[in-house]
Design a protein around this ligand. Structure first.
Ligand code: SF4
Ligand code: SF4
Length: 189
C-alpha cells in the first residue's frame, strides 16, 4: 500500500522492556517538555486585557457595502455564494420597486442575505468574486455565542449602517485603487 504521508509508523506488538513497563522514562520525558515550555515565550496573550495587533488584511466579519449615495451595492447575482467553498452564503433576490432607487443601487437586490459564520473559513473568495464591490471582509471579530442560530448573520448584521460607514480602503492595494480609477470602471462607483 502506498503511504500518503511520511508520518505513518509501523506499530509492533513486541514485549515491553522493564523501563517501558514502569513508564518512568516516558513520564520524565513529558516533564522535561513541560519545563522547556516554561522558559519559552508564551504563544498566548491575556485577552481581553491584551489584544494582538491585527494585520491590515485580517479577514474577519464581512460587511455588505453601500455606494456613495447610501444605496446597497449588492445586486444578488450569487457569484459570492457560488465561489464560497464552505457553502456558507445564501440569499433571496428581489426586484427593486419604483421609489426604492435610494435604497438599492440596481434593479435587482438581495431581499435576504445570510452568511453562516460557523461554516465560513474566512478565505475571502466571496470578496474576490464580487463584481460590484459589495462584500468585503473586515478586521471586526465574529463574537462568540452559545446558540448556533446566532451565527447565521443576516442583513441586519452585514449591511453597513448609513451613518457609520466601514472603511475598507486599506484592504485594497495601491495598484487595485489605481485600476479602479479607470474611466471604463466609473459606472461602478
Ligand atoms: S470568506 Fe470564504 S468561506 Fe467565508 S463566506 Fe466568503 S467565500 Fe465563504
Ligand atoms: S455580494 Fe457581490 S457577488 Fe455576492 S450577490 Fe452581492 S453583488 Fe453578487
Amino acid at each position: 500500500m502506498q503511504a500518503l504521508t511520511q508520518r505513518s509508523k509501523i506499530v509492533s506488538d513486541k514485549k515491553m522492556t522493564f523501563l517501558e513497563r514502569i513508564y518512568l522514562p516516558a513520564i520524565l520525558g513529558g516533564v522535561m517538555i513541560t519545563i522547556k515550555h516554561m522558559f519559552k515565550r508564551s504563544a498566548t496573550v491575556r485577552y481581553p486585557e491584551k489584544e494582538r495587533e491585527f494585520s491590515e488584511i485580517y479577514r474577519g466579519h464581512h460587511v455588505l457595502k453601500r455606494d456613495d449615495k447610501g444605496a446597497e451595492r449588492c445586486t444578488a447575482c450569487g457569484l459570492c455564494a457560488v465561489s464560497c467553498p464552505a457553502e456558507a452564503i445564501t440569499m433571496v433576490a428581489a426586484e427593486r420597486n419604483k421609489g426604492e432607487e435610494n435604497l438599492y443601487r440596481e434593479e435587482k437586490y438581495a431581499a435576504t442575505y445570510e452568511i453562516n459564520m460557523l461554516r465560513c473559513i474566512f478565505c475571502g473568495l466571496c470578496e474576490e468574486a464580487c463584481p460590484k464591490e459589495a462584500i468585503f471582509l473586515t478586521d471586526r471579530i465574529v463574537v462568540t455565542d452559545y446558540g448556533r442560530d446566532s451565527f447565521i448573520y443576516g442583513k441586519d448584521k452585514l449591511v453597513e449602517p448609513v451613518d457609520a460607514r466601514i472603511d475598507v480602503s486599506k484592504r485594497q492595494t495601491k495598484e487595485v485603487l489605481e485600476f479602479k480609477k479607470l474611466k471604463q470602471l466609473t459606472h461602478n462607483k
